[in-house]
Design a protein around this ligand. Structure first.
Ligand code: FES
Length: 107
């Protein structure tokens, strides 16, 4: 899993007084990611230390989740045959998510 942010590994998932959904595993660029039911894909990836989901087509700068409410489109990922904002998609066991550069490199 990518740990490409200077703040890593600050724990982003608080464990005190939090009731979580069932533990599950999905896949990001073929690598397993542990998550909990009810989390968005973006939240689970951030908690796992994955910050970069794509790169700017203009200058190649890394891009990742920003607004976390579906407005900015910075968190686009491939899920199945569609690009979707990862902050608007709930995790599911076995879900296969691909970052834009990872899928494009495989094509
Ligand atoms: S973080 Fe802005 S649309 Fe997902």
């Amino acid at each position: 899993m990518t740990t490409d942010h200077p703040s890593f590994p600050i724990p982003l998932r608080s464990d005190a007084a939090v009731q979580r959904g069932a533990a599950l595993r999905f896949f990001m660029d073929g690598e397993p990611v542990e998550a909990f039911a009810g989390e968005s894909v973006a939240a689970a990836l951030m908690a796992a230390g994955r910050r970069t989901l794509r790169h700017s087509p203009r200058d190649g700068a890394p891009r990742g989740a920003f607004c976390l409410m579906g407005s900015c489109q910075e968190c686009l990922v491939w899920i199945g045959t569609r690009k979707q904002p990862s902050c608007q998609v709930a995790v599911a066991a076995g879900l296969e998510v691909e970052s834009l550069p990872w899928r494009e490199a495989r094509a």
